[in-house]
Structure formats: structure tokens, C-alpha cells
Design a protein around this ligand. Structure first.
Ligand SMILES: *Cc1c(COP(=O)(O)O)cnc(C)c1O
Length: 399
């Protein structure tokens, strides 16, 4: 069976997959239909931080699915409380609201911020504005793409309602200048992932936090991709001495098997919600809560945050030593690295195809950047196996 043709015949082409047909996965390894093995250096955009088919995730999932799964939030369950309690403990925040996908949790944060502005800061209803960064990626709903600076995300999908102001990422003073009496929040990724693994200079978030405090504006961080150990800390905001008012989590929270996301925030922010103001049929269901709780426990018990810091430094070191005329820049934090390719010499997409033939799967981002973000469970030996191939492909490209 030609799975590529059959999928292409009936699937809307909103993605351009690499020509690999996957059939199985285990840990950091993926298997195609012919039994070929690939190292996963992408982890489904960080959704698979605990690796594929983690036995504890599968066990929790099976047990919970048999016991209690979806009931809607019309009732309490014996797992949602414990899950949200753990989230609140880990983040140092007060309350959480569970959703499913990252984009839904971002939407939740936008609603929270606007209502907060309206009710607590006296901004007229319908006038609240949010400052975001150029090059942002926060998901694909119409509201969210309405403040994307990426033309291909927006083209033909308007009208957009507005209410967002964009500033350059990494420039704290620009935020200070953009704040008006109607600004309710600043929404940022600590590291821009889809924007090309852009790491702002040290001190940026301390400055942004100080500006937000001074002007009475909320700071909301989208850690859907950077959170839960990816950058070598539980949360990327911990690299600087700050805490956001609202924190958006997703991807890895679902243990690589199920969509689980949440907005976690201060009591002041989260108390803008009252019954009827927001919801999701599947959000916070017992199965999701159990999987979320188990994912957090695995990250903790297997010391994946420490592993990300340690192996991440090693990964970045090895990549930085690459001698190749196609590599313009190497950057990253924890097990999350971006290698910027000179587009005049090679395309990141074609390098991904060559890497796939060598047994390493990753995906370009922003057209010119190769991302490397393996499951945090990867061993040093497995990472070496991948790096050898990456080094071979990138240095071969020199000639
Ligand atoms: C992936 C991502 C999202 C959107 O998550 P979905 O689950 O795809 O809706 C939002 N923000 C960031 C930073 C992301 O990387």
C-alpha cells in the first residue's frame, strides 16, 4: 500500500510531511513501515518529552480509561484536584484551568487577561489590548493568527478582530513604549520556538517583569513548548529571577499520548472566571488529568529536568563545534537547539530529508533553522548516535 499517496489524496495539505511513513515508536526511536529505525530529534514539537510509549504513561492511561475517563466538568472527579495541585506547586502559582490543546490554553489566557483588564484595571469592555512579540507562535485559532507576523499563517483567513500590538522580541524598552492605558497584558514565549529557537539576551525578562509591575500590566508566558524541562529548568522563566502572572502549558503535559494543556495563574488573575464564563467538554477530564499527573511525576522521578540541562549543554557544545560553511548560527537551551542554515548554500528542508535517510528525524522551522529537540529521556549514547549523523550530513554539505 502506498500510504503517502493515499494520505495525500484525501488529506488537506496543511502540512508538508517528510517522506517517511511511521508505524511504531518506542522511547526515542521511531519505526517506519519497512522496519527502519529513526532517532526522534523532534519529539512532536516537545509533546513527547517523556519518550514514546512510556510504560508508566501507558499503565496510567489504561487503568484510568477503564475506571473513569470523560464526564465533562459538570461533576468533580478524584483526579483533577490532585493534577492541578501539582501544577500549582511546581509553578509557584495559585490556580489552574485545564484545556486540551496549546492554542486553547492561549485563548484561555487571552480571555483571562482581557477580563482582568476590564474588571480590575477599569479598561472599557472591548478595548483591552495585549502586547505580543514579532515572530511569535501561539497556535492557529483565528484570534491567535490575528497577531502573528507570519504572512502564511494569516493569508486569506481574516477578518481579524485586533486588540494586539506587536513589538520586536528581546527589546524590553519597546514594551514600555507600547503600553497604553488600555494595555492589559504582555504575552511572550520565553524562547521563540517556531520563530527559530530565538533566545533573548539575559536580563530581558527581568526588565519586562519590572516594566509590567510598574505599569500594572500582566505578564503572561507561553511555555507550551519551553516548559516542563525542555530548557533545562522546569520552566524557562526560572532562568531569570521572575514569575509570570499567567503561565500557559501544553504539549509535554500530555505524556506523548493525549492533548492536555492548562493556564496556571495567580489567584487574582484566575478569579476572573466564574461559572459559565469559559469551558471545554474534554478539558480536565479524568483521563487527561491522570495522564498529566503521571507526566509530571515521570519528569520528576527520572530527573529529566537535570538531564535536559546536562545533555543540552553537551548537545549545544557539539553543535557549536560544527565546522561547516552552511551553518550560520547555533543557539538553544537545554535539549532544544536550533542550527541556522545559510539559505544561499542549502535549504533546511532538504537537509531534513537527508538526515531522515541517515536515520535522524527532525523538522525545519522558519525555513532556515534545523531544530534538535529529542525526548528528554534520551541517553548520552543515543544522543551521540544522532550527533554523529548530524555532523556527517552537515559537514558533507560543505562540498
Ligand atoms: C505548539 C505551540 C502552541 C500551540 O499548541 P497546539 O497544541 O498545537 O494548539 C502554542 N504556543 C507555543 C509556544 C507552541 O509551541
Amino acid at each position: 500500500m502506498d500510504f503517502i499517496s493515499s494520505e495525500r489524496a484525501v488529506s488537506a495539505s496543511n502540512y508538508a510531511p517528510l517522506p517517511v511513513v511511521l508505524a511504531e515508536a518506542n522511547g526515542v526511536w521511531l519505526m517506519d513501515t519497512s522496519g527502519r529505525r529513526y532517532l526522534d530529534m523532534m519529539s512532536a514539537y516537545s509533546a513527547v518529552s517523556v519518550g514514546h510509549g512510556h510504560p508508566r504513561i501507558l499503565k496510567a492511561m489504561r487503568e484510568q480509561a477503564e475506571r473513569l475517563a470523560v464526564t465533562s466538568r459538570a461533576y468533580y472527579s478524584d483526579v483533577l484536584g490532585p493534577f492541578l495541585t501539582r501544577l500549582v506547586e511546581l509553578t509557584g502559582l495559585d490556580m489552574a484551568l485545564p484545556m486540551n490543546t496549546g492554542a486553547e490554553a492561549v485563548e484561555t489566557a487571552i480571555k483571562a487577561a482581557r477580563r482582568f483588564g476590564c474588571r480590575r484595571r477599569g479598561i472599557p469592555d472591548g478595548q483591552a489590548r495585549i502586547i505580543a512579540a514579532e515572530g511569535n507562535f501561539h497556535g492557529r485559532t483565528t484570534t491567535i493568527i490575528g497577531f502573528s507576523s507570519e504572512a502564511s499563517y494569516r493569508d486569506g483567513f481574516g477578518p481579524f478582530d485586533g486588540g494586539f500590538d506587536l513589538v520586536p522580541f528581546g527589546d524590553a524598552a519597546a514594551i514600555g513604549k507600547a503600553i497604553t492605558p488600555n494595555t492589559c497584558a504582555v504575552l511572550l514565549e520565553p524562547i521563540q520556538g517556531e520563530g527559530g529557537i530565538i533566545v533573548p539576551s539575559p536580563g530581558y525578562f527581568e526588565e519586562v517583569r519590572a516594566i509590567c509591575n510598574e505599569r500594572g500590566v500582566l505578564l503572561i508566558l507561553d511555555e507550551v513548548q519551553s516548559g516542563l524541562g525542555r530548557t533545562g529548568r522546569w520552566f524557562a522563566f526560572e532562568h531569570e529571577n521572575i514569575r509570570p502572572d499567567g503561565l500557559i502549558l501544553g504539549k509535554a503535559l500530555g505524556g506523548g499520548v493525549y492533548p492536555v494543556s492548562a493556564l496556571v495563574g495567580t489567584r487574582e488573575l484566575m478569579s476572573v472566571f466564574d461559572p459559565g464564563s469559559h469551558g471545554s467538554t474534554f478539558g480536565g477530564n479524568a483521563l487527561a488529568a491522570r495522564i498529566g499527573l503521571e507526566s509530571l511525576a515521570i519528569i520528576e522521578d527520572e530527573h529529566l529536568v537535570e538531564r535536559s540541562a546536562e545533555l543540552g549543554a553537551y548537545l549545544l557544545g557539539r553543535l557549536s563545534e560544527l565546522r561547516s560553511n552552511i551553518v550560520v548560527d547555533v543557539r538553544g537551551r537545554g535539549l532544544w537547539a536550533g542550527v541556522e542554515i545559510d539559505p544561499d548554500v542549502a535549504s533546511a528542508r532538504s537537509l531534513c530529508e537527508v538526515l531522515a535517510r541517515e536515520g535522524v528525524l527532525t523538522k525545519d522551522t522558519h525555513e532556515t533553522v534545523l531544530r534538535f529537540a529529542p525526548p528528554l529521556t534520551i541517553t548520552r549514547e543515543e544522543l551521540d548516535w544522532g550527533l554523529e549523523r548530524v555532523e556527517r550530513v552537515l559537514s558533507r554539505a560543505v562540498n
